[in-house]
Design a protein around this ligand. Structure first.
Ligand SMILES: Nc1ncnc2c1ncn2[C@@H]1O[C@H](COP(=O)(O)OP(=O)(O)OP(=O)(O)O)[C@@H](O)[C@H]1O
Ligand SMILES: [Zn+2]
Length: 785
């Protein structure tokens, strides 16, 4: 063969192949791997009619082309750009879901999350669709039999034996396909007549997926609407106006969300910041706004910080709506799958859940509410590290619906956006029935004789408790440290007992007789001798809730005390039970961690004691002051909620700290203005965008080198970009060692999220070459440890 002829033949074949490929179907697939790439596969003819975006598929992937599960995110006729030149395109192996488990909206939303939070689309999809849904938990395949529709008109012409005739009659009576077992029972026969009819093609068999789970019937006493106070009515009017406005404008098509930077252009005119003081009646506003949306045949999602801590709120929703789905962490797989299906089919009016409920597959969403929007639990601390509020903003914008963020202590991020008019601010400055805010007194513990002697309850607080008990009032004592004492040390050598895997000291848990690491849960019994010098006599130092409980019991003998922290509330339902006992007055003193600071609404609580306001202040975190302000304001808000009144005592060594001073005055705006000033000075959020890179490795020198390389790379590219950047680190993270890994951090601030993305895009390839270490990108980080 001459060379020329050879060339000619190649060209001809290529042309012919190309024409063929124009007809072929290609699927875009993303995998649960930390890679941004979307891969394209050829859809074999057998799967052509079945494949749809949102289904999971199996495709050859990675070394050795191992069958790997991925999500189909799109289908295209003819080869897509990315692979147009490639000769051999791999084929899909199989499709795993009959129906898509992510709809177009979910695909759009997850794509946006991947882009905004700098992670992979495949990872996001994998994370946000519950495992119970992926494995169709609680379903079974049933075989049903029906009369072949073609035979139906000629049934009378068939001369069938009696048993077969009986089978036909049963099916005719039912008028719908039936399971074999049901037919044999009704017709009083065995399976053989059915099999014969199937063979004769008079009957046909079909398969159907059925749910095993049947929810127990729950009867809930209904409750009438309250008459709204003026400020509640005004808040409601603002929100319903937005809903009505959204109703007339067509729900927008799910736009391409290719550009995550769109977040910077949010009009935000439909995001409301409902700033209402504690006890101002925010929940009633949510309920009435949701009712408005439900009346238009729409659904609502309500996010709460932690489901187990909000039994009161959930009950209120259940009493006011026909169908409320509560998504909590104790659902079995079957229940979760059932709930998901119910929500997807539009049978649920209100979905209440923690952060992941923002992904509930409501078909016609009308409103999203986030209660206590300042809470840190709305941020996920593993990949994808999303904040439910940002996802809610995006979802609300995509669906053209309002978002309501409610709190007494807005996060500065939200307050800033309200000041910028990106959010519409609604204020409810008064408590229900114009009840006054409780007076807050700060007690300087430096001068307290009891505290000096090692007590946790100082003289003023003790007197206040005595008096409250005398008046039959109830008391909440807030102390944000669990365990008996946070430090164990050796009297002889002064060494502290530390976790061998982390950079933390072990906390003594007297109830379980164990020393526990609060970051990795490592536990040991109390050692008989000091591990360092081998002498006897370890001492514990400082106090946690368990020690406080002992002190309260000994100071107030005969008084019922209840401790609420994550140790005493392990069992599902124990919060609810504890709070009910408190509500019914069986308990006089409720003490605990931040668990008791949220949302509780008990009219008889006339004293709140903050045992140590300083614990949160000492965290290495630029939000330490903000957190302290929030905690004190929230816990103070638990009292004075009825005409019985109430007061608050705050024990602190820093009565002049801004967070404490402003919280004592119930002055959020004063605090926010002051704190915004500090943030501006320090070029920290909310006026700057922040990215935290966390690096970890088991070898510290290696980590140090990798950190320096990363910073060098960042600096090199930062100089070439138009925006200004500040790059801090590498430095050991506040939690410098965790589970045997050393941890370093790099902080990057700039004017916008867009600017930060641009910089990371430039460095990403180089970062990924650092294979000896692991790194994580945390966009808008909340946890700084
Ligand atoms: N219009 C009303 N008339 C009478 N009582 C009301 C009204 N609205 C709310 N309440 C009652 O006032 C109390 C406080 O309301 P709610 O718990 O909604 O306050 P909140 O603003 O969410 O407070 P917090 O931020 O402290 O959780 C509840 O007992 C509620 O039933
Ligand atoms: Zn540990």
């Amino acid at each position: 063969m001459s060379r020329q002829q050879n060339l000619f033949e190649d060209a001809a074949e290529l042309k012919w192949q190309r024409a063929d490929r124009e007809d072929q179907l290609f699927a875009a697939i993303v995998f649960n791997r930390p890679m941004e790439t979307v891969y394209h596969y050829l859809v074999p003819p057998a799967l052509r009619e079945m494949i749809r975006p949102g289904q999971r598929v199996q495709a050859p992937f990675g070394r050795g082309d191992r069958p790997t599960i991925g999500f189909c995110v799109g289908c295209e006729q003819g080869p897509p750009e990315a692979i147009a030149k490639r000769k051999n395109v791999k084929e899909l192996i199989s499709i795993l879901d009959r129906e898509p488990i992510a709809d177009a909206k979910m695909l759009g939303l997850t794509k946006w999350i991947a882009e905004y939070y700098l992670c992979s689309w495949g990872q996001v999809l994998h994370a946000v669709i519950p495992a119970a849904v992926k494995k169709s938990a609680g379903t079974r395949q049933v075989k049903l039999v029906e009369i072949d529709p073609e035979v139906l008109p000629n049934l009378e012409d068939l001369n069938l034996p009696a048993k077969q005739r009986a089978v036909i009659d049963v099916l005719l009576d039912a008028g719908e396909p039936l399971p074999v077992g049901e037919i044999t029972q009704s017709a009083g026969c065995g399976t053989s007549p059915i099999n014969t009819l199937l063979k004769k093609n008079i009957l046909t068999a079909i398969r159907e997926t059925r749910m095993n789970y049947e929810p127990p019937e729950k009867l809930v006493a209904r409750e009438a609407d309250l008459i709204l106070a003026d400020q509640q009515q005004a808040a409601l009017d603002a929100i319903t106006h937005a809903i009505d406005h959204g109703k007339t404008t067509k729900t927008p098509e799910i736009e391409e969300v290719a550009d995550p930077r769109k977040i910077d252009h949010y009009k935000g005119d439909q995001t409301f910041l409902l700033h209402g003081v504690t006890g101002s009646g925010k929940t009633e506003v949510y309920i009435r706004a949701i009712r408005h949306a439900v009346d238009f045949g729409r659904q609502a999602i309500v996010l709460v910080p932690e489901i187990s801590l909000t039994p009161q709120t959930i009950r209120r929703f259940r009493r006011r709506f026909d169908s409320v789905a509560v998504l909590h962490s104790h659902l079995t797989d079957s229940e979760r799958h059932w709930q998901w299906q119910q929500i997807a089919s539009g049978n649920v009016q209100v979905v209440v859940g923690a952060r992941s409920a923002i992904f509930a597959p409501t078909p016609r969403l009308g409103l999203i509410v986030i209660d206590e929007e300042h809470e840190t639990t709305f941020k996920q601390e593993t990949v994808p590290r999303y904040h439910a509020r940002e996802v809610a903003r995006k979802r609300a914008a995509m669906e053209g619906i309002p978002l309501v963020l409610g709190t007494a202590t807005p996060m500065l991020e939200s307050w800033w956006l309200a000041k910028q008019k990106s959010y519409q601010l609604i204020s409810m400055p008064k408590r229900i029935e114009e009840l006054p805010m409780p007076p807050v007194v700060t007690v300087d513990t430096m001068n307290d004789p009891l505290i000096k002697r090692g007590h946790n309850i100082g003289r003023a607080l003790k007197n206040a408790i005595d008096q409250t008990l005398k008046n039959d009032g109830q008391i909440i004592l807030f102390f944000n440290l669990r365990g008996f004492s946070p430090v164990l040390w050796c009297r002889s050598c002064g060494e502290k007992l530390s976790c061998p895997h982390c950079d933390t000291s072990l906390t003594w848990h007297k109830d379980r007789k164990l020393c526990v690491c609060h970051t990795c849960d490592y536990t040991i019994p109390m050692p008989g001798q000091c591990p360092a010098c081998k002498k006897q006599g370890l001492r514990h130092f400082g106090a946690g809730t368990q020690r406080l409980e002992e002190e309260v019991r000994s100071k107030f003998p005969g008084v019922t005390v209840l401790r609420m922290d994550s140790d005493s509330m392990r069992k599902p339902g124990s919060h609810d039970e504890a709070l009910e006992r408190f509500r019914h007055g069986e308990v006089s003193i409720l003490l605990g961690t931040q668990m008791i600071a949220k949302g509780l609404d008990f009219p008889n609580v006339t004293l709140v004691g903050v045992v140590d306001a300083d614990t949160a202040l000492h965290q290495i975190d630029f939000r330490a002051s903000e957190r302290t302000f929030q905690l004190i304001s929230q816990v103070a808000g638990r009292t004075g909620r009825s005409s019985r009144g109430g007061r608050v005592l705050v024990q602190t060594m820093q009565p002049d700290a801004e967070a404490i001073r402003f919280a004592a005055e119930h002055d959020f705006i004063g605090f926010a203005n002051r704190e915004l000033g500090h943030r501006l000075e320090r070029k920290m959020p909310p006026q700057a965008a922040l990215l935290r890179i966390i690096l970890r490795a088991k070898d510290e020198p290696l980590l140090d080198t990798a950190g320096l390389e990363m910073v060098e790379e960042l600096q090199k590219h930062a100089e070439t970009l138009p925006d200004k950047y500040r790059i801090l680190g590498p430095a050991p993270a506040p939690l410098a060692r965790h589970k045997d890994y050393y941890r370093y951090q790099i902080l990057i601030t700039s004017t916008s999220h867009t600017a930060i993305c641009a910089l990371i895009e430039k460095c990403r390839k180089q970062f990924d070459k650092l294979t000896m270490i692991e790194y994580a990108l945390d966009v808008d980080p909340l946890q700084m440890r």
